[in-house]
Design a protein around this ligand. Structure first.
Ligand code: SF4
Length: 262
């Protein structure tokens, strides 16, 4: 029975561990949040890569690029409806918002083209087929930790054609890869539960540098991962939302209403 149990996700855990007060303002107080073009770029690149992988890498680049552009415009419209005040949009460096939009649109298109260039239909790393005949992209999972659940989606489960090993991969469009193991460690356990196979490592496809960055997942057993979420769960129940003023404030979506902001 999973009804009535609290549901968490790797991204919620990441928000909580980065700054508990940000989690509180976002999820409990529901303060208006800042927007950023880089969120839209990330979503549009994901949709395009997903479309390319779903075609078994057989589509010409035009199709994923069309998906990129359609997602970009849709997400931009949604984001402006949610946050029409342009002073609440974050931009990198000293750029104007309009310049940021142009540059990131071009960067996102190039990230899609580069991804296609590095992922040929006969490449060594190809999507696994958990369900035969279906590339394993956007693979949903639900981990039951007793009192609560952890749910999410793995961008892609990859099969190494040389070793036959399957591993989870997350596509990253930002300038920094995560330093914490929460997301990729959770994906490792989720994939193990889905397939019954050992998952010794996982990876990020780094769209900025066009490389696969691998991570050793052997330290992150189900007990270890379950304990991350248990601490999170207990923290929420006890109302513990510690602020963490520092580097995280720069890209924090609720900074305008935070009294601790650095
Ligand atoms: S501005 Fe800084 S301290 Fe405040 S919620 Fe955001 S990350 Fe936390």
């Amino acid at each position: 029975m999973t009804e009535g149990k609290r549901r968490y996700s790797p991204s919620r855990l990441q928000t909580y561990t980065t700054c508990g007060h940000a989690y509180y303002l976002e999820k409990f107080v529901r303060e208006p949040q800042r927007q950023a073009v880089w969120f839209i770029q990330g979503t549009a690149v994901h949709s395009a890569i997903e479309a390319y992988e779903r075609s078994f890498r057989m589509s010409a680049p035009e199709m994923p690029l069309e998906v990129f552009e359609a997602t970009w415009h849709l997400e931009m419209e949604k984001a402006y409806k949610e946050q029409p005040d342009e002073s609440m949009w974050m931009v990198g460096g000293r750029r104007k918002l309009s310049t940021d939009r142009e540059k990131r649109f071009e960067m996102g298109r190039n990230q899609v083209l580069d991804y296609i260039g590095y992922h040929a239909p006969d490449g060594r790393m190809r999507p696994a087929e958990i369900v035969p005949g279906e590339p394993a992209v956007e693979v949903g999972f639900e981990l039951d930790f007793g009192e609560f659940l952890c749910i999410g989606y793995i961008d892609m489960v990859v099969e190494d054609q040389e070793t036959g090993l399957w591993f989870p991969e997350d596509w990253k469009t930002g300038s920094k890869l995560p330093v914490d193991p929460f997301q990729i460690g959770t994906y490792g356990i989720a994939l193990k539960e889905l397939t019954g196979q050992e998952v010794p490592w996982g990876g990020y496809w780094d769209c900025r540098n066009n490389e696969l960055v691998t991570k050793d997942l052997t330290p992150y057993t189900k007990d270890v991962v379950g304990n991350w979420y248990r601490q999170f769960h207990e923290g929420i129940k006890a109302g513990v939302f510690l602020p963490n003023p520092g580097d995280a404030c720069f890209t924090c979506t609720v900074k305008p209403t935070c009294v601790y902001a650095a």
